[in-house]
Design a protein around this ligand. Sequence first.
Ligand SMILES: Cc1cc2nc3c(=O)[nH]c(=O)nc-3n(C[C@H](O)[C@H](O)[C@H](O)COP(=O)(O)OP(=O)(O)OC[C@H]3O[C@@H](n4cnc5c(N)ncnc54)[C@H](O)[C@@H]3O)c2cc1C
Length: 379
Amino acid sequence: MDFEIYKIMFDVAIVGGSSTGLIAARELSKHGLRVCVLEEHEIGEVVCSGLISVNGVKELGIKPENVENIIRGVRFVSPSNVEIYAHSNIDRAFVVNRGLFDRQIAEEALSSGAKIFEKFRAKKIAFKNDYVDINGEIRAKIVLGCDGLKSIVARACSLNPPRRVVASAKAVFKNADYLQEDVAEVYFRDYAKGFFAWILPRGKCVEIGVGVRKANLRLALERFLKERGLELKSFQTGAFPVEVVSDTCGYRAMIVGNSAGQVKASTGGGVITGGICAKIASKACLKSLEEDKFDKDFYKKNYEDIWKKSLLREFYAHIIIRELYERLDKHSLDALFKIAREEGIDKIMIKYRDTDKPSKFLDEIMKKEKIISFLSQFI
Ligand SMILES: Cc1cc2nc3c(=O)[nH]c(=O)nc-3n(C[C@H](O)[C@H](O)[C@H](O)COP(=O)(O)OP(=O)(O)OC[C@H]3O[C@@H](n4cnc5c(N)ncnc54)[C@H](O)[C@@H]3O)c2cc1C
């Protein structure tokens, strides 16, 4: 990095140029702040299915340009193939090309004046009296840690990024059969314990993936593919957090997105929730610079308390749902599917279809005595 850059005092340096960091950069640069994004890879080099809710992108003010499919329904399949199918004519989610989605947001940030440094790995973060120094190459008044599960920003502030994670793998197949092009399928299998396997239609292809907590990832994907007569050739792997972090602020610093566990634990989706938290963190940055306050308590009040107020209940609802996948064995899952079908769960799913905010769905389930009495033995 050249010395001219070190002379710039950025208002905000964002470590991590995946969706959360780029959404923060877009927000901050729109408000005229001097922002830089430091990304160790290239923008768009990300492992993600790109399933993002229609409501969520609206809330973030993003119009995705690379939509491969629109999802209107979901089919859940139990270990012995009992099905729950919930479909309506309302557009629920986009399947986007995630690499292009990130580049679209990066372009918007660049056009508002943000700087993006690719292949830049933040290795050393030092908190000085008046600024934050990154690698002795970048100076900024505030640092945002949008740097995922191994967050260096979190560690520099003595915060703990999430430890509980789901490992996942996915592969894309041309011309593989799928039932309906606007339906995502979720399969509970004992070899994918703690999470599930999925089939997602993507344009003329299908994506087949699997997530596991404590099982062999490659074997799980191979077994799921074998069930559909497919063979594993190439695949991508990644991981996402399934717990939320409570302490997300430090002196001149906030952690946002995957690094803070701001992910929907029951689905692994983190683009929208991370983006919402990035917008909250961006507002906190603006206020911090206006008032010249950079202490942890300031960010706690203006970032942490706000994201918790709007999303913590929803994160907990996701965590409860995912923990059920982990606690229930295959027989119990089959039994639960049968009871849930009898109780009309498909209609509840259609009515409360906002998967970013499942707490209302859970409230409704709590009214179903048969389901609750069945589940009480596992709690
Ligand atoms: C297989 C899979 C499928 C998924 N599918 C979906 C989906 O369909 N929908 C959805 O909403 N979410 C999905 N997710 C989750 C989603 O990808 C993330 O939640 C989303 O990318 C937001 O994460 P983030 O930006 O906070 O962090 P991450 O995506 O983890 O990005 C962190 C970034 O920081 C960079 N970085 C890390 N350390 C440094 C450093 N020291 N210096 C510089 N750069 C650094 C990394 O290179 C990376 O680009 C999926 C995840 C996986 C693994």
